[in-house]
Design a protein around this ligand. Sequence first.
Ligand SMILES: Cc1cc2nc3c(=O)[nH]c(=O)nc-3n(C[C@H](O)[C@H](O)[C@H](O)COP(=O)(O)OP(=O)(O)OC[C@H]3O[C@@H](n4cnc5c(N)ncnc54)[C@H](O)[C@@H]3O)c2cc1C
Length: 410
Amino acid sequence: MPISLDDPAKLRKVRDQAHQVAMNLLRPISRTYDRAEHTYPRELDLLAAMIDGLSDSGAGSGAGASGVRRDPSDGDGPAGGSGGVRNGTNLASVMSVAEMCWGDVGLLLSLPRQGLGNSAIASVGDAGQQERFGRLWASMAITEPDTGSDTANIRTTAVLDGDEYVLNGEKIYVTSGERSDAVVVWATLDRSLGRAAIKSFVVPKGTPGMTVERLEHKLGIRASDTAAIRFDDCRVPVENLLGSPDIDTSQGFAGAMATFDNTRPLVAAMAVGCAKAALDLTRDLLEQAGVVVDYDRPALTQSAAAARLLAMEADWEGARLLMLQAAWMADNRRANALEASMAKAKAGRVASDITLSCVELCGSVGYSEGELLEKWARDSKILDIFEGTQQIQQLIVARRVLGLSSAELK
Ligand SMILES: Cc1cc2nc3c(=O)[nH]c(=O)nc-3n(C[C@H](O)[C@H](O)[C@H](O)COP(=O)(O)OP(=O)(O)OC[C@H]3O[C@@H](n4cnc5c(N)ncnc54)[C@H](O)[C@@H]3O)c2cc1C
């Protein structure tokens, strides 16, 4: 059977809807909220209500970042009749997130109820927790002043006291940490037991002992708030621990890390969308300057600018295909940790390279605030940093390809 590299037919509608939203709702307010850092974009409330409506009607699976999960009922069964291939919510999510980020990454990250904490709840939470927390807007708090890439080093503690856990510690760089309804906090039940003792806890906003200390000023994604949060004897019910409370040292970090297998393809999607925005605009600007890219002639026979654009588009296509593969594997319940990291590594790097190269190709027009190119070059950098940096993704890929443990390859 020939391989089709087209988007699956049944997902084109959700992709096209997301593109319309990006073009008509996000782009027009993109510059405004880049300048008005820390101001909540009120326009997003309407959009979030629309997405909720679509989800309730069953028509919106994958409309935003919370769509990821590994549900046996995902997809609509065999496609092509050859072996139960599913194109489900993970694929729909990356496709729509990429389109929304063609509009604006910072605004996508600010969408109510579509936080990375929502993805964690969808990935690790049981049915009861999906029911209780599914309607909240949840951010995700892993990073600490002494813990970045080395997530196993988490110092925030969770101590069982009766039917509650008591959390103590400090989290930094929490995306949507001020605006969200709840924070999914990674904390250790027992530091002496290492990675296996790290669990995630849902802490609703307003819980005594949780304080948002400050918001960060940033290079890009300025529409998105990034908070530092303290936990001082902050109590949550035992039912707020996501997944199993057992410390299974044979399983190591696998439980909490499962979230990344679902969220890394989403970050790859953000990068794919942001880079596409830069490519589309650059192609238009070059065309206005008389440089028309000819897709039927070898790059070497065209102008340097056209050849550069063609090379960037090829690099972008590689990132897009890795993103689709990682999400598709999740839909088909195949282990995708390697592919999720490959997609994130490739897309994160490609987005930074492409957006900055587009600024360069367009010269002063690219650098000025008259166009959004300079903004996309700033916005894209974070996509190569959060949810695991470029270097960490490469380390994960190397470990998996070489069959080495984290102790063997650091
Ligand atoms: C805007 C923004 C939003 C964020 N949102 C969130 C969020 O919602 N939730 C959250 O928990 N965190 C969030 N973060 C934090 C982000 O995930 C971390 O910044 C990231 O994990 C890197 O950690 P670090 O900054 O401490 O860098 P470090 O881990 O100190 O790394 C510094 C440099 O060293 C490299 N490095 C580290 N270890 C190795 C190694 N073993 N081999 C090779 N190179 C290595 C890194 O790649 C990097 O280049 C956010 C950060 C920013 C800036």
